[in-house]
Design a binder for this molecule. Structure first.
Ligand code: GLN
Length: 277
């Protein structure tokens, strides 16, 4: 049983058992579509597959580069997305944001969506797969991120539904939308040293950090400018950091938004905020 020896290699190198186990399963599934069920059913890997996995695990343990970047893919909402060093690795917390937007657009005919800071494109692509009626525009300041998001849209057959635009927030935007959604950079730059090694060294800084004390720079910029880009009664939805619920909700209120709702993540921390114009 090679799975155990892979896990041991991780734990011998100071990884926690649970992390090691889930990462080994992630690698085997990503690369060879093997799940723990396959092992239980007695399927086994071939030698070339074992060699390949070993090589990847060695690189992971030695460099501490996130496994998703080494393999070049991550899972989001149960689907594969290409990632690289220019795109934030999609996080499970962001799935909550997607679920909230899906609920909102259920009642809208042909909803038009704008995603700000699209990264891998995981948000609009998942929305377009889950709701066939949407039409989205997706912006990112990074040309490399836009290229990656386009690749992911092609992979998931929703390229026709989403227009990707290299734009600093609203700078290239001229239309109005039913929903504006964003998972902007929200970690205060002063907290950089407290981040996990992998995040600090390998996730793109451009995707992580806000330059103000409280990490609300991008919420401020988006909320104070969004009005002319949202149809009446349209929605503005964000992922937020665990300490930002009150700050962002006050910003929304001050700018005339109503029906503000904060949604918590699996750890009971504030994670998503939705509001209506
Ligand atoms: N929208 C992308 C995501 O949620 C990227 C977000 C970002 O780079 N801050 O994963």
């Amino acid at each position: 049983m090679y799975r155990k020896s892979f896990i041991k290699y991780y734990t011998d190198n100071n990884f926690l058992f649970d992390e090691a186990k889930s990462e080994v399963d992630f690698i085997i599934q990503m690369l060879f579509n093997f799940t723990s069920k396959d092992f239980i059913l007695g399927r086994s890997l071939e030698q070339w597959q074992i060699d390949k996995i070993e090589k990847i695990i060695k690189e992971r343990v030695n460099s501490r580069r996130p496994i998703q970047q080494i393999i070049g893919s991550a899972f989001f909402y149960g689907r594969r997305f290409f990632v690289n060093e220019y795109t934030l690795i999609p996080r499970p917390e962001t799935e909550i944001l997607v679920s909230e937007v899906l609920k909102i657009i259920e009642d809208i005919n042909n909803p038009k969506i704008l995603d700000i800071g699209t990264g891998t494109g995981c948000i609009p692509i998942t929305l377009a797969i889950e709701n066939k009626n949407i039409n989205a525009h997706s912006v990112d300041i990074s040309k490399e991120a836009i290229e990656m998001a386009e690749k992911n849209a092609l992979l998931h057959n929703v390229y026709e539904k989403i227009k990707f635009i290299e734009s600093d927030l609203f700078s290239k935007i001229k239309e109005k939308y039913n929903v504006i959604v964003s998972n902007p950079p929200y970690i205060p730059i002063k907290d950089k040293d407290s981040l996990q090694y992998e995040v600090k060294n390998y996730d793109p800084s451009l995707a992580l950090f806000a330059n103000d004390e409280e990490g609300i720079e991008y919420y401020q910029k988006i909320i104070t400018n969004a009005n002319k880009y949202i149809f009446d009664d349209g929605f503005l939805c964000f992922e937020i950091g665990q300490n930002q619920g009150k700050l962002v909700s006050d910003l929304l209120k001050d700018n005339g938004y109503r029906n503000i709702k904060i949604v918590k993540d699996l750890n009971s921390l504030d994670r998503v905020i939705v509001s209506q114009k």
